[in-house]
Design a protein around this ligand. Structure first.
Ligand code: SF4
Ligand code: SF4
Length: 380
């Protein structure tokens, strides 16, 4: 199908106006390579690299073309065929050697925290987008946080790789909300990174290894749902883990489904909501976070222009493709500033970092939070 209805929704097509930077152009290229009808060309790989993997095209496609699956598989093939570049080698190695190993990642987080305190972040990392780090999130002793009041469900919780280090306060809020919703929250012992960033980056081999490992961990316990507060991880677990089929829930999806008690206090704030691509497009969840935000007394929710267009974070994209990432971010920041909001909430750590970085660069004082943090201020 070549209708082109996806083109105007694609952030890289919107930025360049080029067919080669559109979903249709990329599908054409990957198909031609696959069928052997076009010789593989290193220069053309650029068009694949510039795809954000945001899946906006998939959400608007009337023919149901599974673009997310196509680009993941296409990227894996491209990574096999291309000459490795230093930047991509470093990214792949960091993903394999750091993200997949919780202890190493925690040590890295602790070292970064010390470096931040000593104003040395540029030595230890690019530091451009990293938020000020707090002590990392730790599951409770015994591995279960008990339901508040009568227990209705037992859920597993994805602690994940970078989220407990970068945004422990988001996990704290999510877990307390789940307890308040009557859930015993189980933290599966030994769980590792879900592999979303590896798959997104064309390293399906490592993503499969992590899936096998984690699937065994999840099989060791009973739970009604695996709740995830990071949109990218949730989308990956839903698509890539067949043994979890139907049991992975985004935090807002689960809370909207199971219900929270009445809010306890007003939060007087003008807020806007940025749809994380992997929540809005990959998981098709747009209504639930907005309903939950509107349930907070005192909140004024204002919609920005194009809330569901990517902010340019897209996993490692902002590091690997900083030029295009910044171009896309600039438009997003214009849209955010246009709302007059004091707070922007979203549901993915990459988006939080990217938006905060873009707002800081413009000298804006708009705060960025996970949607769970806003809810926690009212409901807890
Ligand atoms: S995933 Fe996003 S950037 Fe890539 S082609 Fe689709 S809409 Fe464009
Ligand atoms: S991916 Fe879907 S929307 Fe885009 S050109 Fe093909 S059929 Fe049309």
């Amino acid at each position: 199908m070549h209708c082109g209805l996806c083109l105007d929704a694609c952030p890289t097509f919107r930025a360049t106006g080029l067919e080669t930077e559109s979903p249709r152009g990329r599908i054409y290229l990957m198909t031609q390579w696959k069928r052997g009808q076009m010789t593989f060309d290193e220069k053309q790989v650029r068009h694949i690299d510039l795809c954000l993997g945001c899946r906006t095209c998939e959400a608007v496609c009337p023919s149901g073309v599974p673009y997310g699956r196509i680009i993941e598989a296409g990227r894996a093939e491209v990574e096999q065929a291309r000459r490795p570049t230093a930047k991509r080698w470093v990214a792949k190695t960091a993903l394999r050697q750091l993200l997949a190993h919780p202890r190493r990642l925690r040590a890295f987080g602790a070292a970064t925290r010390v470096a931040q305190a000593a104003h040395l972040t540029s030595v230890i990392s690019s530091g451009r987008q990293l938020p000020p780090l707090r002590p990392a999130f730790k599951p409770p002793a015994g591995g279960v946080a008990q339901a508040i009041g009568s227990r209705r469900y037992r859920v597993a919780f994805l602690v994940g790789c970078v989220m407990p280090i970068l945004y422990p306060q988001s996990h704290d809020a999510a877990v307390k909300l789940l307890q308040l919703a009557g859930c015993d929250v189980w933290f599966p012992q030994g769980e590792r990174c879900c592999g979303a960033l590896h798959a997104h980056n064309g390293d399906l081999e490592e993503a499969e290894r992590l899936r096998e490992y984690n699937s065994r961990v999840y099989a060791s316990g009973q739970f009604d749902a695996l709740v995830v507060d990071s949109a990218g991880c949730g989308a990956h677990l839903k698509d890539f883990y067949p043994t979890l089929k139907g049991r992975v829930k985004d935090l807002s999806e689960w809370l909207a489904e199971t219900g929270l008690p009445q809010p306890k206090r007003d939060v007087k704030v003008k807020v806007t909501y940025q749809d994380a691509c992997h929540l809005a497009h990959a998981q098709r969840i747009k209504k639930q976070p907005r309903e939950l935000i509107r349930a907070v007394p005192g909140v004024e929710l204002v919609e920005m222009r194009h809330p569901d267009i990517c902010c340019g974070a897209a996993g490692l994209y902002s590091t690997l493709e900083p030029g295009m990432s910044r171009r896309i971010l600039e438009e997003k920041i214009d849209d955010l500033l246009g709302t007059g909001a004091e707070l922007v909430v979203t549901a993915n750590p990459g988006c939080q970092m990217q938006l905060a970085s873009g707002l800081r660069a413009r000298g804006s004082h708009i705060r960025v939070e996970h949607v769970g943090e806003l809810l926690a201020r009212s409901f807890l």
